[in-house]
Design a protein around this ligand. Structure first.
Ligand code: MN
Ligand code: MN
Length: 317
């Protein structure tokens, strides 16, 4: 596959509001070879516990992602000069049926992951990450998790059920998909039912850097701790949009105040450079609660930073 088909058209020959519908106006492909990364939508929100609507996340993120240009100046990469990528569509999940949807997600992702293509998934609520990790672990074994969120998502069950957007990482530990001892959870805050939640996370082996501690440490030192924790292990980056303060990302199911600005968010993601990421997702964008597409635009830019991390790693190792 040559480079031409994996490049978006130039905005000086085709306006950015023409031919939208794919991420960053990339070609729409179903190929599972010849690519470095694939954008894949997972429009599933049956795992939400409060506001639903993240099923419309992928389409909102793609729509406003037309604004993003290929050069990431801070990361010193032109992503499409270094990487071949495509928008590989949405997974046909089954609304209302969590475990059947998980099977569809894994079935869809497996050929990409097996071919060494890095999936960048657009959710969907956070329950979908478990299915993504099942696919990733089948190829890479037990991986490290970099988890940005205002919540730990480590509940043993919610409403008496095993699968929900508050349980994926408890299941991932139980299933041996992630190694908590080289994993890190960043940005947690907000009121809790159980004041011991952070201790439970630590007992499972996770390192948690709550929002207060990120403030005390600063962006650079938090980034250094993340890189030190993960080392050169293959890692999965899962980003819950409620990590960002609701002033910057109101369109989400379970917002928590006291979060991070859009600037701090991008700066902290860039600090995870040098980690060997084998998969990414951005979850919990619920466009019905959004204003002026700011949440979707934040999510689209996070997707661009993920692509930039891959490009940087490929360029400099
Ligand atoms: Mn959350
Ligand atoms: Mn979450």
């Amino acid at each position: 596959m040559n480079n031409v088909v994996t490049q978006p058209p130039s905005a000086s020959s085709s306006p950015r509001f023409c031919n939208t519908g794919t991420f960053m106006r990339m070609p729409s492909l179903r190929a599972t070879e010849g690519l470095d990364f694939a954008i894949i939508g997972i429009p599933f929100d049956t795992g939400s516990s409060y506001r639903v609507g993240a099923r419309f996340g992928p389409s909102a993120i793609r729509s406003i992602s037309a604004m993003i240009k290929p050069n990431n100046v801070q990361m010193q990469v032109n992503v499409f000069e270094i990487l071949r990528g495509a928008d590989c569509g949405d997974i046909s999940i089954i609304p209302g049926y969590i475990e059947a949807s998980f099977e569809e997600i894994q079935k869809y992702l497996d050929p990409f992951v097996k071919a060494g293509i890095v999936p960048i998934c657009l959710g969907g609520d956070h329950s979908i990450t478990l299915a993504e990790l099942r696919s990733i672990a089948r190829k890479h074994g037990r991986i490290s998790l970099v988890h940005f969120d205002s919540h730990l998502d480590l509940n043993t069950e919610v409403f008496g059920q095993k699968h929900n957007h508050g349980t994926p990482f408890r299941r991932a530990v139980e299933e041996g998909l992630i190694d908590p001892h080289s994993s890190i959870q960043v940005g947690m805050r907000g009121s809790l039912y159980n004041p011991d939640d952070f201790e439970i996370a630590a007992d499972l082996g996770f390192r948690v850097i709550p929002a207060d501690e990120v403030r005390e440490l600063g962006i650079k030192e938090t980034g250094r701790l993340i890189r030190e924790r993960v080392g050169q292990n293959p890692a999965f980056f899962t980003f819950d949009i409620d990590f960002v303060d609701p002033a910057y990302a109101p369109g989400t199911g379970t917002p928590e105040v006291g979060g991070f600005t859009s600037y701090e968010t991008l700066a902290l993601i860039r600090e995870t450079k040098d980690i060997s990421f084998v998969g990414f997702d951005i979850v919990e964008v619920a466009p019905a609660y959004d204003w002026a597409e700011i949440t979707a635009y934040m999510a689209a830019n996070i997707g661009f930073e993920f692509i930039s991390l891959l490009a940087r790693k490929k360029k400099w190792g």
